[in-house]
Design a protein around this ligand. Structure first.
Ligand SMILES: [Zn+2]
Length: 94
């Protein structure tokens, strides 16, 4: 009996917390948070002399390629895992 009650509570929680997932863009970082992880992704600087905030530029040629600017590409991404994701397969390791 007790286990069944606990399962019902657990099933109700994800819907509530998923609604609280948030993405915030502040300064040179983009913050994303939901119940599974918190992620801080570096963003291009608007004052960057190289890309002027665009984050990169196109290299010409038959197959143009996007070259990432060092103002954000060289900064590490911050990722904190919170709850495990049981329903989905694991993300590939970096
Ligand atoms: Zn740049």
């Amino acid at each position: 009996m007790r286990a069944r009650t606990a399962a019902r509570v657990a099933a109700a929680v994800p819907v509530t917390v998923a609604a609280a997932a948030a993405a915030l863009k502040a300064g040179h970082w983009r913050l994303y948070a939901d119940r599974h992880h918190i992620e801080l992704t570096p963003q291009p600087r608007r004052s960057c002399p190289n890309c002027r905030g665009l984050g990169g530029w196109w290299l010409g040629g038959a197959n143009p390629e996007m070259e990432a600017c060092g103002c954000w590409a060289n900064r590490p991404e911050l990722r904190i895992r919170l709850l495990p994701v049981p329903a989905w397969p694991d993300e590939p390791p970096f």
